[in-house]
Design a protein. Structure first.
Length: 744
């Protein structure tokens, strides 16, 4: 059943109602966390349906403006998922061996202009420049000089394109090429032996099916009209034969057809040859090592087919081949390095894969896809493996999962399995430069006890020893001796348990319990090496209490309480050793109150409040020792407001507003003393991709390169080499395993 946009808004409203519970009272605030577990079944249902509930459109990727010429860009992500689940897209091997994925549709509400590139050697995906025009049902052909020619296609409004774009991998840019003479979609494109590209057949929506043929000359950058075909068609196959001719089989126009015709580039003629024995639409074809053409599957207008036919160009005749075990349509076939053929995917989410041996004329089963799909794209990689990406799943939505077939063991695996989707976790930079990820919620909001460690030196992830109790909304603090103190959090109730991680031995030990169970608190490493834990939600509601951990004595001491109980606040260590607490949620009301803790006196002082109450904001100590508060707001929306606190005078002053309102974002002070703001949300449901940089000296904001994946409640860590790791988080009710590297 095809997901409707209405279902997405049901999810959107459900999330809003759950967040609304958090506003009502302290008791309901605790209910909010518990309600996440009851939401699991609904989320799982949506996942099974494969629906993309509310479409996401990236914010414009504006050029970076910075007088110091110091900028950051997002270079790569590594995951078993495409950024956009898509089908009717293209997947093209570049001269480097990398795979360029371009355009497509999610099948419901969005056409894509986005492009992604897979590097088989590193397993990394990186975001490439977007097409100038979103499109699907187009073709993408590798030119001899390494550029990629994208031709035609359509949009979801029913408009066919005559536009052409050319991608240059060396500069990561798209340039408009000369337009086609006839707009078309679902056409075919073949690069001829002389390097020119033959484009033919297809459909011009609203005008009918096409006989026309056009030839692109990359040297002249021109199109020339060639002899028309004999039969209009879409959903046909097209292959370049060893003698340089182009063979077209089957397809559909006004009728299903079994006709076959061959184009001779030298004579500029289309001629019929022997027809297929069966009418076929949505079939697949591949050229065997001996020059024969194998055609499999498809639909004859009544049923899906498992039958196979083999064409001999020398005799010009067809002969029956051994049938596949599974009837399939809209599948892919690809030839392996040893000459064998695999047939993968197909209509209604077929998962099983078959391999054909031309020598023995035998089909055999060789594993199962994790995600069934049709209209998938398959590429033979230079290492002999097969990359499958995209396609339409059984729910009629685009598939994000990427899978790799290894012929040496005849099995499938996802492109990357080491990263766990999670949010409301912690991420801690260790003394070694590695990053420790702990706990949080999984893809579908189950609690995690697992940990992961990212190693920037090898650009790899590894699993670490699990914590003894799964949890989220806890804190993790790096101690001066290199250990990590994990405090409190939530499972099915508030936690007072403490665990301490030793990176040298990869072990956790139980620490002394908190005096008061809590989650949503803050933990601040003081100048003394002790850790101050403040506020949060406890068994009695919002907390004003505070306690200090002493790593030397391995003990907790209760200290003076704040004036205002709060959670979801910020805590910033000032240059004078005091701690600034700003905003948060108290009694279901966003707070404007500000308090300062003096560890030497064990006392709290009320400071001047901020101008508007806020939670889920960021607080960053600037190089001049002022503190910048950015974004945050209420429960349903973010803010673009910025306020700056002068710890010497105790006075707040307004800063220039951000370019985008946001909350639950991330803020990092850069090595050039500028402030980077990433991601977040403005409606408590959809993540953002926009990134902006604050110039302290100019009190101004400028846009930077956007994130590849929308997210909030995520982690961003400034690594020792100056790069930034952005990982995990939430978007559209689901948590992510995507990670990206931001580099200067």
């Amino acid at each position: 059943m095809k997901c409707q946009l209405f279902e997405g808004w049901l999810l959107f409203l459900a999330l809003k109602l759950i967040v609304l519970l958090k506003i009502l009272s302290e008791t309901v605030d605790r209910l909010f966390v518990k309600s996440i577990h009851y939401l699991n079944l609904f989320l799982v249902f949506i996942l099974i349906q494969g629906c993309k509930q509310v479409s996401f459109v990236s914010e414009p990727n504006l050029p970076f403006e910075d007088s110091s010429n110091f900028s950051y860009k997002f270079s790569s992500h590594k995951s078993s998922y495409l950024k956009d689940g898509r089908f009717y897209h293209t997947s093209t091997e570049l001269n480097t061996g990398e795979i360029l994925v371009t355009g497509g549709t999610d099948g419901m509400v969005e056409d894509f202009s986005s492009s992604e590139i897979f590097n088989p050697q590193t397993g990394l995906w990186r975001t490439a420049a977007s097409l100038n025009t979103p499109r699907y049902g187009h073709t993408a052909t590798l030119l001899q000089d390494g550029r990629v020619l994208v031709v035609g296609g359509r949009n979801m409004l029913g408009v066919s394109y005559d536009s052409v774009e050319i991608y240059d991998p060396s500069s990561n840019t798209w340039l408009n090429g000369p337009s086609l003479n006839h707009a078309r979609t679902l056409h075919s494109a073949i690069r001829l032996n002389d390097g020119k590209v033959l484009v033919f057949a297809g459909e011009q929506l609203g005008f009918g099916y096409l006989l026309s043929t056009e030839l692109y000359d990359p040297l002249a950058n021109t199109w020339t009209i060639k002899s028309p075909m004999n039969v209009e068609r879409i959903y046909n196959t097209a292959n370049l034969l060893n003698d340089g001719r182009v063979m077209v089989t089957g397809g559909y126009a006004y009728l299903y057809t079994n006709t076959v015709e061959i184009y001779d580039p030298i004579a500029n003629t289309w001629e019929y040859t022997d027809p297929l024995s069966s009418i076929r639409v949505g079939h697949a074809s591949v050229l065997l090592d001996d020059g024969r053409l194998l055609v499999s599957g498809g639909n004859d207008g009544n049923i899906d087919l498992s039958s196979v036919e083999i064409f001999d160009p020398v005799s010009g005749s067809w002969s029956p081949g051994l049938s596949m075990s599974t009837a399939r349509t809209n599948h892919s076939m690809i030839k392996l390095l040893d000459g064998k053929i695999i047939s993968v995917g197909g209509n209604h989410g077929i998962r099983n894969t078959e391999m054909y041996n031309p020598v023995s004329n035998i089909w055999s089963s060789v594993g199962t896809l994790a995600a069934g799909r049709e209209y998938l794209r398959a590429n033979l990689l230079q290492n002999g493996m097969v990359l499958v990406n995209g396609g339409r799943g059984s729910s009629s939505s685009g598939v994000r999962l990427v899978e790799l077939f290894d012929p040496s063991i005849n099995s499938w695996a996802s492109g990357e399995t080491t990263t766990q989707a999670r949010s409301q976790h912690t991420a801690t930079l260790l003394l070694s430069g590695k990053v420790l990820f702990v706990g949080g919620y999984s893809l579908i909001w189950t609690l995690l006890s697992s940990i992961e460690i990212y190693d920037p030196s090898t650009d790899s992830w590894s699993a670490g020893a699990s914590i003894s109790q799964a949890r989220a909304m806890h804190t993790s603090t790096l101690l001066p001796d290199g250990r990590v103190l994990m405090v409190g959090g939530y499972d099915s109730s508030e936690l007072n348990s403490v665990e301490i991680y030793n990176p040298q031995s990869n072990t956790w030990v139980q620490g002394p319990n908190l005096n008061e169970a809590r989650y949503g608190h803050t933990a601040t490493l003081l100048s003394s090496g002790k850790v101050l834990v403040v506020g949060g939600s406890g068994t009695s509601g919002f907390l004003a209490s505070a306690e200090i951990y002493n790593p030397v004595t391995n003990s907790w001491s209760s200290v003076a309480s704040m004036s205002t109980a709060r959670t979801d606040h910020t805590a910033t260590l000032l240059a004078n050793g005091k701690v600034l607490i700003v905003g948060g949620n108290s009694g279901g009301v966003p707070q404007a109150s500000v308090e300062i803790y003096d560890p030497g006196l064990d006392s709290w002082t009320n400071a001047a409040p901020i101008n508007s109450g806020r939670l889920y904001h960021s607080a960053t100590l600037l190089p001049d020792n002022r503190v910048l508060i950015a974004g945050g707001g209420g429960f349903f929306n973010g803010s673009d407001l910025v306020e700056i606190f002068d710890s010497d005078t105790g006075i707040w002053s307004p800063g220039a507003p951000m370019l985008n309102a946001r909350s639950n974002h991330s803020a990092i002070m850069l090595p050039n003393n500028k402030l980077l703001i990433l991601g977040g949300t403005n409606d408590a449901t959809l993540g953002m991709t926009s990134v902006e940089i604050y110039d302290v000296s100019l009190n101004s904001w400028a846009s930077s390169s956007a994130l590849s994946d929308p997210r909030y409640s995520f982690s961003s860590i400034l690594l020792q080499d100056g790069k930034i790791l952005v990982s995990k988080g939430t978007h559209n009710a689901l948590n992510s395993s995507f990670w990206e590297i931001l580099e200067p």
